[in-house]
Design a protein. Structure first.
Lengths: 236, 236
């Protein structure tokens, strides 16, 4: 937790916030902060700055908050990700959020196990929990938006053109002829398949929307590894 | 498991191998292969090719092996990694191995918890288990070498110059002025610190050996995310 992220309901007035629970425990037990200490704080979907602890007991703390800095730039990537296994999704959400992706579409694919769509992790509050861990890690404040798209064909046919409008469009496909370019810093929509990859029909559907298949070479990577490797091509 | 990796003692003669246990179960239950099927196989530290199943029962299978292809190119990176927490180390070893790193030095740092050095995971057979999962994933056969360096100062003063000789040298350091270059494809020695980063003394010691501090921008990433993001700058 490199940033204490404050929510609207943490504020008792415009300048003061009260914390209990997970963040309070982190400040007390990991940061070992005491009264008078300045912490790096941010407001969810707002600015960051410093929080000065004005009081603290065994249950909660109160801080005076000064917010005057912008969050780091977002990554110019809209991510279409075939829904991964829940345990892996948690880690991927954290890493994607820490890397600055702000729009995530979790999409279906032939190789996505149907049971994954029934996971309680897909409740918005549970998804947000993992996105917030990524923001706290990266000192970001802007919560990514996740859209669930449990039907591949209608998503591609009815929504994708609108989503991808005005962006470069790539689909990661291990057998693609073209290598993934380096040092991309233009708005991009990037599709990443499930373990085992998109099936040819799905790649063709994406290609018909203008998506260019790109690969990371001969090596087949786990989705969990491929995601940060691909996003690295967009980071500063 | 995108490649069945065969060890010397799987071979009953030059062309035939017998499998039981984990790989046998994967072939039977996941790949659902039967007699006559061709599988992608490789020999540890050797070539790959195909294995044709000649017999199979509920306990084991026998295959005829034809090895005639080279493994994918290694990544030109020697990795110095501050020893991560064991649970994270397992995943990092898999991802680093799948990305093609062949030389890994697990080094000490002020922020490495001393207890990590006592983990049973650091036994060579346990480390190799996770490296092999990475090779099977990426269809590689060449086992990376890991060296444990539990003392930072003697490692940097007595060994590092020899290890890094003739390579570009970088240390990932979140507060560094220079961004990590893109599209590096030259032999490089890359040092990555623990969660929280190397302390200034350690960065200075590395700088005195010619290491250039580089950063990935304002965002602080978990080591698990930073490793594939950094290695992506070297992948095709």
């Amino acid at each position: 937790m490199n940033l204490i992220l404050l929510h609207d309901n943490d504020f008792i007035d415009q300048k003061r916030a009260q914390l209990r629970g997970r963040r309070f425990e982190h400040i007390q037990n990991i940061q070992r902060a005491t009264s008078g200490d300045e912490l790096r704080v941010g407001k969810l979907n707002g600015l960051h700055g410093t929080g000065t602890i004005v009081s603290l007991d065994s249950q909660e703390l109160e801080m005076e908050v000064q917010l005057d800095q912008s969050p780091p730039d977002p990554l110019p990537v809209t991510l279409l990700l075939a829904l991964p296994r829940p345990k892996m999704l948690k880690r991927i959400l954290q890493s994607v959020s820490s890397l600055g992706v702000k729009k995530i579409y979790l999409i279906n694919s032939y190789r996505v196990d149907k049971s994954f769509w029934g996971s309680p992790l897909l409740q918005p509050e549970n998804l947000n929990e993992h996105l917030i861990l990524g923001l706290e890690q990266a000192r970001d404040t802007v919560l990514p938006e996740i859209t669930l798209c449990p039907r591949f064909k209608p998503f591609v046919e009815d929504e994708l053109t609108k989503i991808a409008k005005g962006t470069a469009t790539y689909v990661a496909h291990p057998v693609a002829a073209a290598p993934c370019p380096h040092n991309l810093n233009k708005p991009t929509t990037l599709a990443i398949g499930p373990e085992g990859g998109f099936i040819p029909y799905e790649v063709e559907k994406l290609q018909s929307c203008g998506f260019i298949p790109i690969s990371l070479g001969e090596r087949i990577l786990r989705v969990e590894t491929a995601v940060p490797v691909l996003l690295s091509r967009f980071t500063p």
